[in-house]
Ligand binder design. Structure first.
Ligand code: PLP
Length: 446
């Protein structure tokens, strides 16, 4: 029956309403029509009939909920540069362009010279080798997948030796003992929580030892009465025992971070030159690229891994390879590295950030002030490594929680943090070109 006869607005009228029409464009005709149908269905059952205005509001609220459920770009004003919940490393312009340019048919596994099947990994292998000094490399879905794959390759039905100070949980439920159990390997812990010596490893070697696993203590530090083995000594021991030494370094520094005012992290090249047979690291942490797990190491070790049928289940797609290649190419020079957003952010000086914050405060008036803060590299990577930063602090009349919620509901959403009842908008991870958007959103807070 005609809705108008029952005193309800017609579907096409609602879809054309200026408040609703924009959602037809962004969420699609079907989704918008479903929201309209649902609202009309609800209206039909109410007495008295709601006004057209009230029906529109119901529809907008439901479409807005839908919009925020879909994957959206957000502005990261948290001061955590590699925020796992916000997608870790933002991609460089070159990486974005590469992944969209290579979204169609590509020579992913096709050798154009011979017209026969080629290698999916050939495209990135030489870049990884050049940056790390590795003889060979492989890329899988993420670093967790790389660890699982290596354990499965070398230690299924065998033993994996891990020192007690490294039998850790990385976060997001990734626990070394659980991953080893899943790969069918028996965990053999050596040493104590605070101290491990070379003799501890030496005594643990048996005919069943398949792997020695070292994990980067990403998210905690031990201090005081502690002792660890030198990587080179452990490498020598593993080599003489004929056991593969595998280091899960997680963050994957390709450059000395001291240049950015952060403590030195062993680079992947250093880990390999210390004698590890295999190193695993993430593509979206200090590499500053897409989600991926990179395995670099000796020709023999990578060859064994490549034969594992799990490689097929953990493989990456063409867009990951495209974005990762573009990111790795940028790492070849300091200028290139500066085009990777993570390194552009790390390179911003406090003076530069203070000048930007000053512009915010000049526009926002007495409601805002500039504060010195700490930004964190973050991401379960180097969560404790901090770098001096600058933020705009506001004490909105409606309260900081409410203001933070308003910012999150904006378009694009802005994610800030709250400290002692103040809204803190840390500028280190906010791109300069987003300043105007953030400023406008902050000015409209009451
Ligand atoms: C982050 C991290 C991982 C997990 O990496 P994903 O790429 O998120 O799977 C594994 N090991 C270490 C040491 C890490 O820091």
């Amino acid at each position: 029956m005609n809705e108008a006869l029952r005193g309800l607005p017609a579907v096409h009228r609602l879809l054309g309403d200026p408040r609703i029409a924009p959602y037809v464009g962004s969420l699609g005709q079907d989704a918008a029509k479903r929201a309209v149908d649902d609202a009309l269905e609800g209206a039909r059952r109410s007495h008295p009939l709601p006004s057209t205005d009230a029906i529109c509001q119901t529809i907008v609220a439901s479409l807005e909920r839908r919009r925020r459920e879909s994957l959206l770009p957000v502005i990261n004003a948290t001061g955590v540069l590699l925020h796992t919940n916000l997608g870790r490393a933002p991609l460089s312009k070159a990486a974005r362009a590469a992944s969209s340019d290579l979204a169609g048919y590509v020579n992913l596994e096709y050798d154009l010279e011979s017209g026969t099947r080629g290698s999916r990994y050939g495209h990135v292998r030489s870049l990884i080798c050049a940056l790390t000094g590795a003889a060979d490399a492989l890329v899988v879905n993420n670093c967790a997948a790389a660890v699982l794959l290596v354990a499965d390759t070398f230690a299924r039905g065998r033993e994996t030796i891990v020192s007690r100070n490294q039998s850790v949980e990385i976060g997001g439920g990734f626990r070394i003992p659980d991953v080893l159990a899943r790969s069918g390997s028996t965990l053999v812990e050596v040493g104590t929580t605070n101290k491990v010596r070379l003799e501890d490893f030496e005594r643990a070697f048996t005919a069943r030892t398949g792997l020695v696993l070292r994990t980067h203590a990403s998210n905690f530090r031990t201090e005081g009465f502690v002792e660890d083995v030198a990587s080179r000594d452990l490498a020598r021991l593993c080599r003489s025992a004929g056991v593969v030494l595998f280091e899960d370094v997680g963050s994957g520094a390709l450059v000395d971070l001291a240049a950015y005012g952060l403590p030195h992290q062993r680079t992947v090249a250093e880990v390999l030159s210390d004698g590890a047979d295999l190193v695993a690291f993430s593509g979206d942490k200090l590499v500053g690229g897409p989600q991926a797990g990179i395995l670099a190491g000796s020709r023999a070790a990578i060859a064994r891994v490549r034969e594992n049928p799990l490689v097929r289940a953990l493989r990456v797609g063409k867009q990951t390879i495209a974005a990762l290649s573009a990111t790795l190419r940028a790492h070849a020079s300091p200028e290139g590295r500066g085009s990777i957003p993570l390194y552009a952010m790390l390179g911003r000086t406090p003076e530069e950030l203070r000048r930007r914050a000053g512009r915010y405060v000049a526009r926002l008036g007495s409601a805002a002030r500039t504060v010195d803060t700490w930004a964190y590299v973050g991401g379960g990577t180097l969560p404790q490594e901090r770098i001096a930063s600058v933020a705009v602090a506001l004490r909105p009349g409606a309260g900081a929680d409410r203001a933070a919620r308003t910012l999150r509901s904006g378009s694009p959403p802005i994610v800030a943090r709250i400290e002692s009842g103040e809204l803190i908008v840390d500028l280190r991870a906010v791109a300069d070109e987003d300043d105007e958007i953030v400023l406008r959103a902050l000015s409209s807070l009451s």
